[in-house]
Design a binder for this molecule. Structure first.
Ligand SMILES: Cc1ncc(COP(=O)(O)O)c(C=O)c1O
Length: 397
């Protein structure tokens, strides 16, 4: 442990850490590297049989009939919105406390994203707020499982049944989480995942659409690869004859990524366990720090925590902005998830959103901060974060 006085680095003290750490990141083993190297020796280095294997492995893990791999979670949202039939005039209800791509699933398909406020404890969409936003034009819901804690799945499905809505679950944070014993992502109509390095498993970049609906999956398969019919009827004796059915995309996932994904998926329980251990260590340390609120967990959910988003309030001694800047000065790069989408110029200019519309999301946003949480994080690094927080609190109290 370094010899430090009480002065935080932002006030000229020596930073707690020499080497910076971020809020998330991958855990890569020699076996992961070997799997990618082996895949490079294969006949396919773009979409080949290893992609099929990875899709089957994810479908089995989540407990659904189909999984279709694409280049990112964003691409998965784009195609899922298309396959769901979202189009001009449709209103798609989602949360403002998410990454922009969640709402872009509507925008890419010329539909309108409609934000509904969140529950302040779980930071997930509040079902009552969703009900208030339903109109005759509502066509779908995109709930997002914030930080890995599943939404109120039954309430969302009830709303969807009542109003004949298509549900796409943005499950980017929640691969490995369960709701009432059921895997996040296993519910109707479809769910999407991201395999970005900070996510629960990684393929560097990558995403997946999962669904029990075979037609939906077929549509995604076609769209991800140019919307091309590689075997059109009537041309059986013309093996070169491939034609586009519409305007598709090149969202092909590669065997190299799939090889890494298969190895990562083998370790998902280990990752979940390590994330839980880190949080337990944090929670024990934070029990006596006023003004630092840790996340609330609902009954009957078992999150695979993707983020550890705590809230800083007045009792801590400084506000969230000062806290983030003070942590950065300690070389601990905490992050804020997220600037609410109705604050973004794009959503304001295009859809008329303004500050003040979603008070719960705004209050959470003002206080929230994601502390470092990733499976490769050792106890010493967790303790550095704890020491930095104590130091900042003690200086300001
Ligand atoms: C909730 C949420 N939705 C969508 C995405 C987009 O995923 P990707 O980065 O793989 O495009 C992310 C990841 O940043 C996310 O956190």
């Amino acid at each position: 442990m370094r010899d430090l006085d009480g002065r935080p680095a932002i006030e000229g003290g020596t930073p707690i850490r020499d080497a910076g750490i971020g809020y998330g990141g991958q855990s890569i083993t020699d076996a992961d590297k070997q799997a990618v190297a082996d895949a490079l020796e294969g006949d396919y280095i773009t979409r080949g049989p290893t992609v099929d294997d990875f899709e089957r492995a994810i479908a089995t893990y989540v407990g659904v009939d189909n999984a279709v791999a694409v280049t990112s979670g964003t691409a998965a949202l784009h195609l899922a919105g298309d396959a769901a039939g979202y189009g001009p005039g449709d209103e798609i209800i989602t949360t403002p406390l998410t990454f922009a791509s969640t709402a872009h699933a509507a925008v890419y398909n010329d539909a309108t994203p409609v934000f509904a406020d969140i529950d302040m404890e779980t930071r997930n969409l509040d079902p009552e707020a969703v009900r208030d936003r339903i109109t005759a034009d509502t066509a779908g819901l995109i709930p997002m499982h914030y930080a890995g804690q599943p939404c109120e799945v039954d309430a969302m499905l009830d709303i969807a049944e009542e109003h004949d809505l298509t549900v796409i679950w943005d499950t980017c944070h929640a691969l490995g989480s369960t709701w009432h014993g059921e895997q996040a992502g296993s519910h109707r109509d479809a769910a999407i995942f991201s395999f970005h390095p900070v996510k629960n498993i990684t393929t560097a970049e990558g995403g997946m659409v999962v669904t029990d609906d075979d037609e939906f999956a077929e549509r995604i398969r076609s769209l991800r690869s140019f919307d091309m019919d590689y075997d059109p009827p009537g041309h059986e004796d013309e093996p070169w004859y491939q034609v586009t059915e519409g305007v598709g995309f090149n969202y092909n996932f590669t065997d190299l990524q799939a090889a890494l994904g298969l190895k990562q998926l083998e370790r998902i329980d280990e990752f979940k366990q390590r994330r839980r251990e880190i949080i337990t260590r944090y929670e024990e340390a934070f029990a006596d720090i006023p003004g630092l609120e840790t996340p609330t967990v609902k009954d009957d959910v078992d999150p695979m925590w993707h983020l550890y988003a705590v809230e800083i309030d007045e009792a801590f001694g400084c506000d969230r902005k000062r806290f983030v800047n003070a942590m950065h000065a300690e070389n601990i790069y905490v992050q804020v998830h997220y600037v609410p989408l109705h604050y973004h110029p794009f959503f304001q200019k295009s859809f008329g959103y303004e500050r003040g519309q979603f008070p719960n999301a705004e209050q959470v946003y003002d206080r929230i901060v994601s502390l470092p949480l990733y499976p490769a994080m050792d106890d010493e690094t967790v303790d550095d974060v704890i020491r930095a927080i104590r130091r900042i609190h003690e200086y300001h109290e």
